[in-house]
Write a protein that binds this ligand. Structure first.
Ligand SMILES: Nc1ccn([C@H]2C[C@H](O)[C@@H](COP(=O)(O)OP(=O)(O)OP(=O)(O)O)O2)c(=O)n1
Length: 178
């Protein structure tokens, strides 16, 4: 089951879903549109190492937009800060971004009950495309959970991506023990 627009509004009223900034026109029949924040980042090194902390460099998308290229992997961020306390939020692309050849996440679309923060986007493109800050880039959908949650994401000691700021956050895979 996925929450409908009226159910999303009820959860926003209760405070179990928080979306900031919130604009009524961004609410779809069963989703909420999120937008591209102004910060992008790329990894400093061409060869990444899953055991190491791979550092990133930030840059701001200018008003005239910024051209993304297929051979580069970008991290982006949602303009929206969200909190989801009772449902599982999923970040999905939009058909209109997909039709421009833009992927907004690489394998990871699921959020966790209790996640609070801006969403980091893992962006890659199929052909050069100019993107703009504030453009609609994805949509959040919300699934009810079956069963009690023992520990919510924002209460987990080892949650790697809690309280993400309005800038993309690099992979913290290096914190995993393997
Ligand atoms: N494209 C995405 C997908 C998820 N998240 C956020 C919401 C999730 O609640 C949080 C953690 O996502 P995962 O559980 O997929 O990440 P990991 O398993 O790598 O991290 P952790 O060990 O902290 O669970 O990151 C994000 O910012 N951008």
């Amino acid at each position: 089951m996925i929450l409908s627009d009226t159910r999303i509004l009820e959860e926003i009223d209760k405070g179990t879903i928080v979306i900031t900034p919130y604009r009524r026109e961004c609410l779809g029949s069963n989703s909420y549109d999120v937008h591209l924040g102004k910060w992008l980042a790329t990894y400093r090194n061409h060869i990444l190492d899953a055991k190491k902390h791979n550092e990133i460099e930030y840059f701001e998308i200018p008003d005239e937009g910024f051209v993304l290229y297929p051979h580069v992997f970008y991290l982006g961020v949602t303009e929206e800060y969200t909190e989801t306390h009772a449902h599982v939020p999923f970040l999905e692309g939009k058909s209109s971004t997909g039709r421009l050849g833009i992927d907004i996440h690489a394998t990871a679309g699921k959020g966790d009950v209790g996640f609070c923060g801006h969403w980091t986007l893992e962006i890659s493109v199929k052909q050069p495309v100019r993107i703009y800050k504030g453009m609609p880039v994805g949509q959040l959908i919300y699934f009810p959970v079956d069963g009690e949650i023992e520990i919510k994401y924002n209460q987990k000691q080892n949650a790697k991506y809690s309280r993400q700021p309005d800038r993309p956050i690099e992979s913290m895979m290096w914190k995993n023990k393997f």
